[in-house]
Every structure is written in C-alpha cells, then in structure tokens.
Ligand binder design. Structure first.
Ligand SMILES: *Cc1c(COP(=O)(O)O)cnc(C)c1O
Length: 464
C-alpha cells in the first residue's frame, strides 16, 4: 500500500498534461475547458486503477495517448467521409454524388465569408438566390426559365401545389411509383392539396385515357419517370408530342418528374435515357430533376421550363419552406460550370466513374491486389464485377468493371466487413463468400492506400 501512495504521487498534474497537449495541432480546436475535463477524468481513472493494483507504474506517454485519443474521438463529427468500395456510384446512403473540384472550390469560397446570396451587386439592392443559376440552367437545357429548390421531392411538391391546389392532376397508373421508400406520387399529390386522377392501367395508358379524364377541374398532367422500376413487355404510353398537343389543346401544363435528369447524353451500353433538353423539346412544359443524381452535384431540385408556370411557383408561399441553402447552391453552380466551362465527363466525378474504361479499372484493381497481397494473411484475387449507377437511376444498366476479393485466413468475411466499416475512415464493402469484395470503380488512389492501411491494421490485430 505504501508503494501505491508513491505511485499516486507520481501522476503528472493536470496543468503539466495540458501543457503537453497544447503542442498537438490536431487538438487546436478543442476548447480548453473540455481538455481539462478529459484530463481530470483520465487522472481519476488512473488513480482508481493504481489503488486496485492494476497500474504498478506511471507511463506518462501512454496517459497522454489515451487522453489525446479520447479528445479526438469525442470531437469527430458523426457525418464523416467514407471510402465507397461498393461500386454503387450514386449511393443514397453514402451521400449520392461526390462533388467536383469546381463545386468544392465554390463552396469553400463562401464557407467562412459573407456572400452575394441575396444581394444584387449591380443595384446594391436585395437580389434573389433563385436567380443565381437560372442563366446556366437555361443555357444547358434550353428552358425559358428555371427554379432551384431543396431537392426533387420539394420540386414536385411545389410544382403541383402552385399549379393544381384544390384541382385535379392526371397521372398514368403505370407511373404511380414509390421512390426510396418515402416519396410516393399519390401521397405527394395529396400533400399538395390536389386531387389525383388515375388513368389507364399498370401496363398500358393511351392518349384517349388522358383525354377522357380532362374536366373543367383538371389543372395539370403529370408524367413520372419510373426510376428504380421497369414495366416491360405488353406496354404503352402515349407519344410525348401527342400528349403535349393534348395538354396544349386544353391549356394544361404538362409536367414531368424526371427523377435523375441528365444534362448531357451518357454513352453507356443499354442507356436509353434522354436529356433534360430533349424532354423539353419533346413538349414538356416543365421538368423537375435532382441535383445530386446523374447531374453529379449537390442536393437540389431543379424545375425548368415555362416562364409563366415558374412565375407562379416563384410567388408561392411554399417556396420559402423548400428553399435551397447557400452551400448547396454554391456547389450546384460549380457543377453547372463544369458542364459549361469544363469537360463534364472528366470533371464531374459521378460522370467520370460511369464512363471510366475497364482497362483503367483493371489496372486499379491490380494495384490494390498488390497492396493487399503484401500485407499477408489474405487470399487476394482480381475479379470482374458489375457496378450500378444507383440513386434510383437506370436499374437495368450494369457497368462492367473490376474488383478485388480479399479473403482472410483467420476471420470471416462478415467480421472483416464490420472491422472495415468501423475504421476511423469507414470503408464500405460487400461480403463475398468468406471474404469481402472491393469494387474499385469509385476509389481514388488515396482510397487504395487507406484500404491497405486499414486491412494491415486489422490483420495485425487478429494475428496477435
Ligand atoms: C429520386 C427521385 C425523386 C426524389 O428526388 P430527391 O432529389 O431525392 O428528392 C423524385 N422522383 C423521382 C422519379 C426520382 O427518381
């Protein structure tokens, strides 16, 4: 016991530890009070251990390491970056589209500064955030006008509310879809205060079905992209131009929820999507689409088309409730500029990942396989894989590429998957047999090294 007393006296003081921590730049943003609190807790913990004989000597550097780790862990945000080795490019759970460098730079430029969000530099008076990207969207889509809101769900809600509140909206039964579990067309229409009028059948809807449903209560015709769902075989939808002519004859807006909307044609086998500009040219009065699906930008909902209809939305009180924030807007403008001023297929990460050649993927997979083989304890093989676009876009399109299967000798594939997921920078993979598979499509060079380091750490621990 006398010995314990001696050890207890050797514990460094709170101030001595705080001084030692002060030189660690990683902890610079943590308030002094919080540091003091954690140091006190760690000392109390150590005192308890010493008293019960669990700590015969003081190891000062280990004490510092424990405190540092606790401070760092506690100050980590819950929303953190992950490595996406799933091969799903627009993974909704992983934040959909990663931003381009132009988009990231645009966000960085306004992050810690004031901005022209609602300030018109020409007049020195109040401006509108909605006008900041109108010109770009018009240029890219050929639309007369545009409006950007929080997301595509909000875009559809706003369009239907502003144009059809208290009246009827006609939708084909083949397009009454649910997207991502919570966006269901019938419910969105009922939320908007309009009445859904279903026409046709699940597989076939004709022009006459639409025409028969038009009454003096009709306010709009809505088309919906089935996104993650396909009706094939004995199917029919009226020709766009026919439907557009019908809408025009009765003075009704023809609206299309495109879901993921592309701004440029995507050159991938099996791809049958048309661009936003093409949809407008085919006769849609208004189209709505997401900013963070195939467009490859930030979360946003874009409405493009007819000036008068958009004018009604711009004046609608709901707009304020679904407005876009400045960070998303900055990122969206950066991404739109990739299309206008850059080489979008190279600059926009989502598009680059879609278009990347199998040869490049094979090389990347071979590099990763080499890094993983060098660790030891893993059986490693390069394998052909099929990646998905994701984000509810093009469920039928499979992108062929390469992955690396890593099978550990002493732990299961499930355990390896879980350990990778719990890495400080989580690594998301799929279990494959007794191992895991890293699809290399969405991986950067830096990701390959992160994977190597994480696997090396895990294998070292399990071999102990
Ligand atoms: C994804 C999708 C939505 C929802 O878009 P968000 O931007 O996620 O709100 C709506 N409609 C369709 C057809 C979609 O594919």
């Amino acid at each position: 016991m006398a010995n314990n007393g001696q050890v207890l006296r050797e514990i460094p003081s709170v101030n001595k530890i705080l001084t030692a921590l002060a030189s660690n730049r990683e902890l610079a943003l943590i308030p002094h009070e919080r540091k003091r609190e954690v140091v006190r807790e760690a000392i109390a913990d150590l005192q308890r251990k010493i008293k019960t004989g669990g700590e015969p000597v003081i190891n000062e550097s280990r004490l510092l390491a424990v405190i540092t780790e606790k401070l760092l862990a506690g100050s980590q945000p819950n929303l953190k970056p992950v490595v996406n080795a799933t091969g799903v490019i627009l993974h909704t759970n992983l934040g959909r589209a990663p931003l381009s460098r132009r988009a990231a730079a645009a966000v960085k430029a306004i992050l810690e500064n004031y901005s022209t969000l609602e300030y018109d530099l020409a007049t020195g008076e109040r401006g509108s955030r909605y006008e900041l990207v109108v010109k770009q969207i018009r240029q890219l889509t050929g639309a007369a006008d545009a409006l950007v809101v929080n997301n595509n769900a909000a875009a559809v809600l706003l369009a239907v509310t502003a144009l059809a509140y208290g009246r009827e909206v006609i939708v084909s039964r083949g397009q009454l879809v649910e997207i991502g579990g919570s966006f269901r067309i019938p419910e969105v229409i009922s939320q908007s205060g309009a009445k859904l009028v279903e026409v046709g059948t699940t597989n076939k809807t004709h022009r006459e079905d639409y025409e028969r449903a038009i009454t003096d209560q009709t306010a709009a015709i809505l088309k919906v992209h089935p996104s993650n769902y396909r009706i094939t075989g004995f199917t029919a939808q009226p020709d766009d131009r026919e439907l557009a002519a019908l809408a025009r004859k009765f003075g009704l807006p023809l609206i299309e929820d495109m879901g993921s909307g592309t701004l440029i044609p995507v050159r991938v086998p099996g791809w049958d999507e048309t661009t936003v500009a093409e949809r407008l040219r085919a006769g849609m009065d208004l189209v709505t689409f997401s900013g963070d699906k195939l467009l490859g930008g930030s979360q946003a909902g874009i409405i493009a088309g007819h000036k008068e209809y958009l004018g009604r939305m711009k004046k609608h009180p709901l707009l304020r409730a679904v407005r876009i924030d400045k960070l998303s807007l900055a990122a969206l403008e950066g991404t739109l500029n990739d299309y206008l001023w850059g080489e979008a297929r190279q600059d926009v990460p989502a598009l680059k990942m879609i278009g990347i050649s199998p040869a490049v993927l094979l090389k990347r997979a071979t590099t990763l396989a080499g890094l993983l083989t060098a660790i030891g304890g893993l059986t490693v093989a390069v394998q052909e894989v099929e990646s998905l676009v994701g984000g509810g876009a093009l469920p039928a399109v499979k992108l062929s590429g390469y992955g690396v299967v890593a099978t550990p000798a002493v732990i299961s594939g499930e355990t390896l998957e879980r350990r990778l997921r719990q890495n400080p920078i989580p690594i998301c993979v799929r279990v494959k047999g007794a191992g895991v598979i890293f699809d290399v499509r969405c991986l950067t060079d830096r990701d390959l090294l992160l994977i190597r380091d994480a696997c090396a750490g895990i294998m070292k621990e399990v071999r102990k």
